[in-house]
Write a protein that binds this ligand. Structure first.
Ligand code: SF4
Length: 396
């Protein structure tokens, strides 16, 4: 069984890494979906025609990056996102993991997540995920309300959503997250709280709660432009967001990023890579990477992705090298949006000019109870998180 091979290799790999290696996260974008949800602007296809060719290209791409990085880096997290990675046959995921394990040095405690949509998995498929080495499930529930799910054009109903989480727990997943969306048209605070309560009744350790955003090019955007749907205003959105923070905090979930809450110890290590400005490589269509101050991104189109991999082993569409000042700005912005910013670490990395420049503003934010400051560590309060975009724009 592949799981045992995977485990044995993990132990073997771990034997010669000895802590000297840098850490890297791997993101794998699987671009296939059952259908297109009205609010979604991610790159996804509803045709499975090229699935074999895609996974063959993915394998080649992994080999390309392993030749570049596997001597220096050890993989600490792997994240299957999309798209709907849970929709593809387990055999593809199994061979991808096997290939990664053969090509890279994998950390013994690697976190391996799969985004999973209710309605695309049964208990047996969930058990197979565990079997091939996946140890974290992120379930895209979005709502437990029948009408809201219909509005969002999700393929599942509330019963299937709850069942998926329970089944994941029953087959052995201890680290399960659910995604929920708030501020849907006409959504009241009570309706939203009832969604949060239903999630809290389930065996989940992590909740991501996102406000419904109107993205250009989506079906929802057209519906709003045509006057068929009216979005709620910004005050309702802010109130629902504050309700989220209060409700989840009271239930023992710690907010560790603007939209993310976890039982302590169950924060998503993969996402922390992004928010702590650490290094990652993205494989697959439209995937982004960030290593050594350089960011690059892949072709979105499946056709162009496959052609580029076949030609040169990678599918880089474009790249940018961040200046020292851009690196500092991203470091500050990402850490503040997440778990907070260590001013000590900041000055070690980038000097103290930013701190001196913003000292007065930081004091004001602390006085206004938008920021807390302890031992040179600053962090947004609940109100601060609610206003974080506005506040971040005022730092100089
Ligand atoms: S299932 Fe997810 S990725 Fe696919 S269309 Fe819906 S929201 Fe987008």
């Amino acid at each position: 069984m592949i799981w045992f091979t995977f485990l044995n290799n993990l132990i073997y790999n771990n034997g010669f890494k000895n802590g000297f290696m840098k850490k890297l996260s791997l993101y794998i974008h699987i671009p296939f979906c059952d259908h297109k949800c009205i609010y979604c602007d991610f790159y996804s296809l509803i045709s499975y025609k090229n699935i074999n060719v895609f996974f063959a290209a993915l394998e080649k791409e992994a080999e390309y990056y392993s030749a570049k990085y596997s001597n220096e880096y050890q993989i600490k997290t792997i994240f299957f996102g999309g798209g709907t990675p849970s929709f593809v046959d387990v055999i593809f995921l199994e061979s991808t993991l096997k290939n990664l394990n053969d090509s890279f040095k994998i950390s013994k405690d690697v976190e391996v997540t799969i985004e999973t949509n209710p309605g695309t998995v049964n208990k047996q498929k969930l058990a197979s995920f565990l079997d091939i080495g996946i140890n974290r499930i992120s379930v895209g529930i979005q709502s437990f309300n029948e009408d809201e799910l219909k509005f969002l054009t999700r393929i599942h109903d509330p019963k299937t959503a709850a069942e998926t989480v329970r089944h994941a727990y029953e087959v052995g997943f201890e680290n399960t997250s659910v995604d929920l969306i708030f501020n849907l048209p006409g959504q009241s605070s009570e309706k939203w709280k009832s969604n949060l309560n239903k999630a809290l009744e389930l065996p989940v350790k992590h909740i991501s709660a996102y406000s419904l955003i109107l993205e250009r090019g989506t079906i929802l955007n057209k519906m709003v432009l045509d006057g068929k749907v009216k979005m709620q205003d910004i005050e309702i959105d802010a109130n629902l967001y504050e309700t989220t923070i209060e409700h989840l905090s009271a239930a023992g979930f710690k907010q560790y990023e603007v939209s993310n809450f976890a039982v302590p110890g169950f924060e998503c290590r993969h996402n922390l890579t992004y928010w702590e400005h650490k290094e990652y490589v993205g494989l697959g269509t439209a995937a982004h990477s960030f290593v050594n101050g350089k960011r690059w991104w892949n072709y979105s189109s499946l056709k162009m992705y496959i052609a580029a991999i076949q030609e040169k082993g990678n599918a880089v569409r474009n790249e940018e090298i961040l200046t020292a000042s851009e690196m500092q700005d991203e470091y500050i912005m990402l850490n503040l949006r997440a778990n907070g910013l260590s001013l000590y670490e900041l000055s070690n990395l980038y000097g103290s000019a930013w701190i001196k420049r913003n000292e007065k503003f930081i004091r004001k934010l602390v006085n206004d109870k938008l920021l807390t400051s302890n031992n040179n560590f600053i962090k947004f309060t609940t109100r601060g998180y609610a206003l974080c975009d506005e506040i971040l724009a005022h730092f100089s």
